[in-house]
Design a protein around this ligand. Sequence first.
Ligand code: TXA
Ligand code: MG
Length: 312
Amino acid sequence: MKTKNLGTSWEEIEKAVEILRLGGLVAIPTETVYGLAADATNEEAVSKIFKAKGRPAYNPLIIHVKNTKMAKEYAQWNKAAESLAEKFWPGPLTIVLPSKKNSNIAKTACANLPTVAVRMPSHPVTLKILDQLKRPLAAPSANLSGKISSTSTNHVLKNLNQKIDAIVDAGNSAVGVESTILTFKPKPTILRTGFITPEAISNAMGLKIAHYDEAGPVIAPGQMKSHYCPNANLRLNAKDWRQGEKKLGFGNVECDLNLSKDQSLIEAAQNLFNFLHILDSFDTKTISVSPIPNEGIGLAINDRLIRAAIND
Ligand code: TXA
Ligand code: MG
């Protein structure tokens, strides 16, 4: 199949909507990373996502909605979810809630779990698509399963060209790492760190939020240890550089690419996946990475780097 390259004019957005309405796959821009979208109410369309990505069927997808009202059609809400959505939506927060009994979300999208992960993205183009389509979109990150996420259409095409119907090009993703995922059961727990920090969520909720590794048995089906992997090995917390390695720096260091000379974690998150894609394209054996402070958005950056370093 030839992958159509669409821009962000009204006509092109309408084309993307038409493809989605007919059960096709479209890579869409979000503020975090590019997503690989299908109509979340169409089983057959959703199963094409799993096939294109090589994603295991047990790993559920995030359901993207145009507003809280739409999210409430599919999930059973609680007061805390209400106030978090009010504060952080549209934006990079995904909330896991019990599914509504009569929900028409494809079972495949939720991997047959009794819960659903919902998020209202803030990218204006994807909000327009959701508004026109009038249906929710199931959308994982637009990369092959286990590989580096995509923050530009170049990255998407590298993996998914000719496997998807279209791609909507809206330039580089602003945030650069995926949304924070929060669940309420058995207690409020962050399943995946992201741009919205544990402190921000704890402050908004007025209580300390647990991290999934403190929460006992694995409750996040997609939190595989190995993820976001380049072909090269990663050497993390590199305080010196070794010959033959590609060097991904942070702060005032000499290196091949610098995540942020000014030590801005926001800038580092924006650059992270793009720089991993670039350094990996040199077919180097090892990419070494400077230490990144493990605070704020640095938690999400280190989470991605640690998983990217596990190559199995
Ligand atoms: O920023 C993002 O969240 C991006 C953009 C495209 O929205 N999406 C994204 O999707 O990162 P994906 O599929 O790469 O990661 C979704 C994660 C997976 O780890 C999955 O296991 C988890 O969300 N998830 C989805 N539904 C869940 C559920 N019902 N319970 C627990 N975890 C769930
Ligand atoms: Mg992903």
